[in-house]
Design a binder for this molecule. Sequence first.
Ligand code: NAP
Length: 272
Amino acid sequence: MDLGIQGKKAIVAGGSAGMGKATAFELARAGAELFISARREERLLAAVKDIQQQTGAKVTPIVADHATLKGRDALAAACPEPDIMVVTISPPPLVWDYNDISESDWHDSVDSGLVGPVELMKRFTKGMAERGWGRFVNIATVAAKEPLDMRMLSGPARSALANYTAVVSRQLAKHNVAINSVLPGMYATEGMLEVAAPHKAMIAEQYGDAAAEELTEEMVHKMTLDLFDIPTQTLGQPEDLAQFVALLCSQAAKFTIGQNFVLDGGMSRSIF
Ligand SMILES: NC(=O)c1ccc[n+]([C@@H]2O[C@H](COP(=O)([O-])OP(=O)(O)OC[C@H]3O[C@@H](n4cnc5c(N)ncnc54)[C@H](OP(=O)(O)O)[C@@H]3O)[C@@H](O)[C@H]2O)c1
């Protein structure tokens, strides 16, 4: 399918790993010029090289934390007039007891999961509207819609983001600017290992000391499958979600406005 985005400029904010990186690959394959950001330089540069080598696309790395004003300024300096913007972050820490969440945890969660995407939306969609074409996609979480105990630090900021996105997307729809969100369930990404690592004691209790000591991505993925009832009986692959996001960045998305798409292998049970 031709996405109709050949030559468009696309920023993937949070694009050196996981679903962001997979999305950058899809947009590059569709002919977009890429600008991808992350906080850690080494992995970012490796991702850029990978995408360039495999797709032949022009890809510019930007070391930036888009939860901060300085980071958002860096994105704007590198690509002031993007046609497409996809925003993601890393999964926030798991929480088992609400009493363990500190005030500063909330500030971090809101800065990265809400303020960052909101400010990027405000900054970049104005130009998209003036130019009469734009696509903006938040990669958020299914916990925005279906609260999950261990995701209580992740879901609330993203529920607020969905609320805000619903309003802004309707204001900009007449300018051929389509803003939407995808709400992933459990995906086999690098981020999962980082989220599991601080919980070694709990892992050791259930899977033994060896499993906790040599924690691998494969083991974390298996533990996640044990923990959640996912009808596909697999985790999602970042590429599956990325193809869906690329569609939301395409010409075909012009009549898809302010939607939240749950992509979770059927894990959550609501019908609308
Ligand atoms: N994986 C899952 O099972 C799962 C489940 C539910 C929801 N989600 C949601 O899906 C989204 C993507 O998760 P993922 O698993 O793909 O994550 P991931 O593998 O950790 O990748 C996240 C990417 O974003 C970058 N990043 C994170 N925070 C950033 C920031 N503040 N500024 C700039 N770059 C940033 C990371 O690089 P740096 O660390 O170098 O910045 C990395 O490139 C997240 O919103 C997560 O909450 C994931």
